[in-house]
Structures are given as C-alpha cells and as structure tokens.
Design a protein around this ligand. Structure first.
Ligand SMILES: Cc1ncc(COP(=O)(O)O)c(C=O)c1O
Length: 404
C-alpha cells in the first residue's frame, strides 16, 4: 500500500494567497456592484517592453524554420543569456561571477523551493520573520522543520530572525547557529533594504560559522539608493558562502513568461564537494531548460533599448509606491518600504490584527492587500500593499483609504 509524504500533512492551512482569493471572491459574490482594487498579490500589470516583444517574435520565427529551430535547451541555459547575465548583472558591478556559475531556470520560486534539496535534511535553517513563505514550506515538505506550534505559529526546528520596526526590518545575527540562512533583499514583504555594510556582516558571519546564505535578490531592480548592494557578490568573501537567486518577473514583467536564474560560485564547497556540481546534477536530472524563445526575450532585457524601456517601467511602479507611501503617511498610517522595493509595509491602526485590517479595507474601501501575519508571527499587526497595480488604480485605492 502506498504512503504519502507525511511532511505535506504538517503544512498548516492553505497557501496565503488562496485564502485571500477565496475571501475576495466571497465578498465580490455578495457585493457584485462594488469594484475591488487589488494591491495584494505581487503580480505586475504593465505589458512586456517592446524590445522584449520584438525578441520574442523573432525567436518564434526561428522556431518555424528547420534551419533555425531549437529543441531542448542546454541544461544550464543558453550561453548567449548566461554571458549577458554575467556581464550586465555582475561584471558591470565589479563582481567576479563566471557565465558557467549561472543556472538559467523558469523562475525564482522554483529555485528558492528546490535549492534545499542539495542540502542534508539535518541542516537547520534560519529565516527572517516575516518571510516569503516558500522558504519555510519547502523545508517543511523536506522534513527539516520539526513540529508546528499552531498557537505561536512557529516550527520547532526553524530559527526565526524577527524583522521589526526596532531593527529597521533587517535581521540581527541569530543566537543559535544555523546551517542555511535565507535572506531576501530588497525584502518581500517588508520592502526594507540592507546596506552593503550590513550584508558584509552576514557574509563574514556565514564564512565564520560555515553556513550558506541563500540570497534572494528578486527585487534588485527596484533599488534606488546608493550603498544598497544589487548582489551579495558585491561583498568580500561571498563566493565561499552564498548562493544568489534572481528573477526576471519583477525586473522585466516576466511573471507569466517565466525566467530566472541561480548563481552558485565554484568556490562554495562542503569538504571537496562543490554545491555547483550538486545543483548542476539536479538541474540535469530534473529540469529540461527554460524555453529558447523566453531565453531570447531574457537576452533583450540587457540590450540598450531593453534597459531603457525597463528603467521606465520600474519608474512607473515606483511612482505608485510613492503615491501609496506618501498618501498613507498623510492619512496617519505608520509606513515603511517603498523606496528600494515595490512593497509598502504598514501598521494596522489601533490594535487591529492583520486579518481584521484586511476585512476592514476590503469592506470599507474595497481594496485588497496582504495581511502581514500570513508571512510569519512578527508580521502580525502589519499589512502589505504592492506598487504593481496601474497608476490609476493605485491613486483610486489610496483616495478610498484616506476617505474611510
Ligand atoms: C522574494 C521572492 N522570491 C521569488 C519570487 C518568485 O519569483 P518568480 O516569479 O521568478 O518565480 C517572488 C515572487 O513574488 C518573491 O517575492
């Protein structure tokens, strides 16, 4: 008789965004005349930039001709894309990352969920609290997190690193030593950023204790301030302790087109074993490559036209972030984020819980956001709004919230 993976049964509740979707559908069904503005899920709304569309069209035409048709992509990604990534995302910043240390994939969600597979189940993970839920849930599925305490909403074998107003939503080094440290900056959900000096402390710490930092830089393109690192490889010593995850979703609007990559330096080793070789083995065994046409679209992200068009697209979203942040501050809310990230993190007024504030905003303003408590216990009492809506909807949503 077959048995299921029991670890799946330990996962509490349903995935945060399904719960929100169900609540919003139920409300819309009861109030069919009300127009709901969604600033909850972090999905983009602007179309792909013209340079990307052009590259897609041309790659599709290549697929129609036997002379240029492409079948399976190389395991680790096409060289044209890996070279473009190495040059523009790393060499331009003075970071020493070779094209063959870059693994192209269909996005950072899969990579951030799958990366734990190359580590022993004995490893102890440390996560920020609040956190992008994928890091924890995939470790639960692997059996690495111990037991769940539903009252405190924490796992017994996970090290939580609270990110609070007091520490500027940047975690302090944990008291207990972890093996794997998940860091995401600019941060989802708090919208906070880490300075290069702060990140250097983490890199030094990881090298000192023999831990690996899994650094999720999915929102790197939104950095607007000096002194905020675009990649962990700007820090000295990162090649021996860090893996970096990157995504084209928010940088270039690929949420539906799907493209990302993971960087594993060859200097990152456990004894004689390189993590690079393990991830290459996994990629080769379980993955058949991102589509050729999508990789060509990814290459266009780095063309001069692509770069200029995407700069405008990001400026569009960051204008929304400013509208949200300044509008809410005017209305008396305590707000952070929204400067180097497309997320605004606000404190629910009074003593409202995150879910109470969710209902309050849905019912009183017909605006949907994401309850902070869905990202971890330290998110309780907070709420996330995203800058990924249209400008018109963003302005309307803030006017509605101000009018409550
Ligand atoms: C922190 C973080 N990492 C990864 C992802 C997923 O990126 P992708 O669309 O490339 O799978 C997201 C998406 O919201 C995210 O917020």
């Amino acid at each position: 008789m077959f048995k299921v993976n029991d670890n799946y049964l330990k996962l509490p509740g349903s995935y945060l965004f399904s719960t929100i979707a169900k609540k919003v559908s139920a409300y819309q069904a009861e109030h069919p005349d009300q127009s709901i503005i969604r600033l909850g899920i972090g999905d983009v709304t602007q179309p792909l930039a013209p340079a990307i569309i052009e590259a897609l069209h041309s790659a599709v035409d290549e697929m129609a001709d036997a002379a240029t048709f492409k079948g399976y992509a190389p395991d680790l990604g096409y060289e044209f894309l890996r070279n473009a990534i190495a040059e523009h995302d790393y060499h331009e910043l003075g970071c020493e990352i070779a094209a063959d240390e870059i693994f192209v994939s269909d996005g950072a969600k899969c990579d951030s969920g799958n990366i734990q597979e190359i580590f022993s189940t004995d490893n102890k993970i440390a996560v920020c609290d609040p956190v992008y839920p994928v890091y924890i849930d995939t470790n639960v599925m692997a059996g690495r997190t111990g037991t769940y305490d539903p009252d405190r909403e924490v796992w017994s074998d996970v090290i939580y690193m609270p990110c609070t107003e007091a520490n500027g939503f940047v975690p302090e080094l944990p008291k207990e030593t972890p093996d794997l440290i998940y860091l995401c900056f600019p941060n989802n959900p708090t919208g906070s950023a880490i300075t290069k000096a702060q990140l250097q402390e983490w890199v030094d710490y990881a090298n000192r204790v023999g831990a690996v930092i899994i650094y999720d830089a999915a929102y790197e393109a939104y950095i607007s301030e000096e002194g905020i690192p675009h990649t962990i490889f700007e820090c000295e010593g990162a090649r021996t302790c860090a893996i970096e995850l990157r995504s084209f979703s928010k940088k270039a609007g690929f949420t539906g087109t799907r493209l990302g990559y993971t960087v594993i330096p060859k200097d990152l080793k456990s004894g004689d074993v390189t993590l690079h070789s393990l991830w290459a083995r996994r990629h080769g065994t379980k993955y058949n490559g991102a589509p050729y046409i999508v990789q060509r679209a990814g290459e266009a992200v780095y063309s001069p036209e692509g770069k200029a068009q995407l700069e405008k697209q990001i400026a569009y979203y960051m204008k929304n972030a400013k509208v949200i942040k300044e509008g809410l501050a005017e209305a008396g809310y305590s707000v952070s984020g929204g400067v180097n990230a497309p997320y605004i993190w606000l404190k629910a007024p009074g003593r409202m819980t995150s879910w109470e504030f969710f209902d309050y905003l849905l019912e009183r303003a017909n605006v949907v956001g994401t309850p902070g408590s869905g990202f971890g216990p330290s998110g309780e009492g907070y709420f996330r709004l995203t800058a990924f809506g249209t400008y018109e909807n963003t302005v309307a949503a803030i006017e509605r919230i101000k009018a409550i």
